[in-house]
Design a protein around this ligand. Sequence first.
Ligand code: ATP
Length: 336
Amino acid sequence: MFVSIVRISQLTKKYGDVIAVDNISLEIQEGEIFGLLGPNGAGKTTTINMITGLVSMDRGDIWILGKEIKRSAQEVKRNIGVVPQDIAIYEDLTCLENVMFFASLYGLRGAELKKRAEEALEFTGLLDRAKSFPRDFSGGMKRRLNIACAIAHRPKLIIMDEPTIGIDTQSRSHILQSVKLLNEMGSTIIYTSHYMEEVEEICTRVAIMDHGKIIAEGTQDELKSIVTDKNSVWISVSGGMDKISQSKLKEINGVLSVEIDDGTVKISTSKDVSNLHKIILYFVENDIFYASAVGIGCNTAPAKGSFFCRCDGEFGGDIGLCCRLLCHSGIPLRYS
Ligand code: ATP
């Protein structure tokens, strides 16, 4: 039987006029490594901060292990370990003192506290540096210590917010292996990233976020089946919506369907026809302004499988780059 460890319903957060998280719903089962993938500003960190109770929600509900966090925040937090995007360690404490400090916040004390802290350091490959101060560490070592501080209390749910930013390949690989191992040892993981290849390597299920919304969700196979049958182009329109003609868009060779959903034009096209530049040109030539264009599709010569790309900007933004990314494929895709 599947046990839901996190359930999110209609979650929304605004900062002034910016809708950071826009009415998202999600369910994460115990034992998953769940990837939250999206470009900078997509709303990943805000979502995580609401799950951990760091940021209040404007609307919606979150349950963790069946408990609503609005009512049982303290109890819920004991079961969570958070690896924040910004490294949160004290440079004037040794590695061991750092881990013991954070683990003590979860109620561990005495010999048990020290034992668990040493285990966490061993797990992250830092036990031999237990008495070192992290101020002289490389970025990768600091990130590993950041993880050790989050896992010593053996949380059921570990949330990692872009834990591999700005580190060397070796540390990155060490961290990805650690994530898999933590999962095998019984923790459910939520892992945010803007690197497609990372979530492909470790995640059992993925949600893709953009502009505060979840634009695709499923297992890797499910996402691949979406993208191997057809290409999808989602264009978020910021002005000139009334000029869009669905029938004219459907006249473009290869376009299979056109749907308009809350300011987003969702176009499905045949993977065998190279027409993405024509779709973008339709918007340009008809003075339809777009806030972003997102392509989810497959490689016409599939080497890497799927790609996902995004380009921002009002009309006059980098359409060339967007088209090139959409039409090209051999690249393991990163966000521009
Ligand atoms: P990144 O990968 O860059 O961290 P993200 O996907 O985590 O991006 P968020 O950090 O959640 O995205 O940001 C979503 C949107 O909310 C962005 O437009 C951001 O500028 C805005 N935002 C986030 N936090 C705040 C804040 N405290 N005050 C105002 N705006 C904010």
